[in-house]
Write a protein of this length. Structure first.
Length: 273
C-alpha cells in the first residue's frame, strides 16, 4: 500500500494539507517516497496535565503537534524518525486508559487512545512501519531510550530526598536521566549527555554520581586498551634526518672501509615498480 501511494496526487495533496495546517512554524514534510498513512487525536501525558495532540503517521516519521483549530491550524510541530521508535504497552490508570509509551533516544512520552481498538490499530500500524523501515535501511532497533518525565501531579514531595514538599514557592524539577520529579537541592548538578542535548542538562544527585562512575569506567577501559600499545613502543625513539647523534667519524668506524652497500646492478626505479 505504501509503495502504491508514494507518487500519487492524492498523497501529495494530503501531505500539503498537513503542511498548510502547521503553517510557517512547521517544517516541510513532502519528500520523494514519503506517504501519509493516517492521522488521529491522542491524549499525551504532559508535565502539567494530559493534553490532546494531533498525530500524523507517515511511512518514515511520526509527526505531532498542538491543536489550535482542528483540521485547520496546528503548532508546536514535532518530528520523530520511526527507526528511532520503540513502543511499550502500559496498564490503565484512574486518569487515563488505553495507554502506551512512545520511546526514542531523545524523548519518551506516554499517550492514550479513545478506545482499546484505536490503541491496537495505532500500535499495529506503527510497528509495521518501523519493521518495514528497519528492513529497508538495515539498521537495528534502538536500544537506548530517554526516560519519560513523571507528571508533576504524580507526587507532592521530592522523589529523591522524600523530605522537600512542593508548593508555589518550592518548584518541581525533572532529572533528564531518570525523569523523576525532584527538588532544587537534589538536582543542582548538570551533566553533558550528547544523545539528548549539546548542552549539560539538569540531573538528580543519584544519577549524577552514576553518570560520573560510568564515565570513569569508560576512561579506564580506554586506558587499558591503549596501554599495550604504549608498552610495545616503550623503547622506540623516532629517527631524525641524521639517523643518530653520532658524528660521521664515529659512523665510519663501525663499518669496514671496503664495504660496498650499493653494488646491486638493479636500477633504483625497480624498487618502485
Amino acid at each position: 500500500m505504501m509503495d502504491h501511494l508514494a507518487n500519487t496526487e492524492v498523497n501529495s495533496q494530503r501531505i500539503a494539507a498537513v503542511e498548510n495546517c502547521f503553517g510557517a512554524s512547521g517544517q516541510p514534510l513532502a519528500l520523494p517516497g514519503r506517504v501519509l498513512l493516517g492521522e488521529g487525536i491522542l491524549t499525551k501525558e504532559c508535565r502539567k496535565k494530559p493534553k490532546p495532540r494531533i498525530f500524523f503517521l507517515f511511512n518514515d516519521i511520526l509527526v505531532y503537534g498542538s491543536i489550535v483549530i482542528n483540521k485547520r491550524k496546528y503548532n508546536s510541530q514535532h518530528i520523530i524518525p520511526l527507526e528511532d521508535v520503540t513502543l511499550e504497552t502500559l496498564p490503565d490508570t484512574l486518569q487515563m486508559k488505553n495507554r502506551w509509551m512512545i520511546k526514542t533516544s531523545k524523548k519518551s512520552f506516554v499517550v492514550s487512545a479513545a478506545s482499546l481498538t484505536e490503541r491496537k490499530e495505532w500500535i499495529s500500524h506503527l510497528e509495521e512501519c518501523i519493521k518495514h523501515l528497519l528492513m529497508k535501511t538495515g539498521r537495528q532497533p534502538c536500544t537506548e531510550h530517554a526516560a519519560p518525565w513523571i507528571p508533576d501531579k504524580a507526587t507532592d514531595i521530592c522523589m529523591r530526598c522524600t523530605q522537600t514538599k512542593f508548593s508555589t514557592l518550592t518548584r518541581r524539577h525533572h532529572c533528564r536521566k531518570c525523569g523523576f520529579v525532584v527538588c532544587a537541592d537534589c538536582s543542582r548538578q548538570r551533566f553533558l549527555m550528547p544523545r539528548l542535548s549539546p548542552k549539560p542538562l539538569r540531573v538528580c544527585n543519584l544519577c549524577y554520581r552514576q553518570l560520573l562512575a560510568d564515565k570513569k569506567k569508560e576512561a579506564e577501559a580506554d586506558r587499558r586498551q591503549t596501554e599495550p600499545i604504549r608498552s610495545a613502543v616503550q623503547g622506540y625513539e623516532p629517527s631524525s634526518g641524521d639517523d643518530s647523534d653520532k658524528s660521521d667519524d664515529e659512523k665510519a668506524e663501525q663499518w669496514p672501509a671496503d664495504t660496498e652497500f650499493y653494488t646491486s646492478e638493479v636500477s633504483w626505479s625497480s624498487f618502485h615498480s
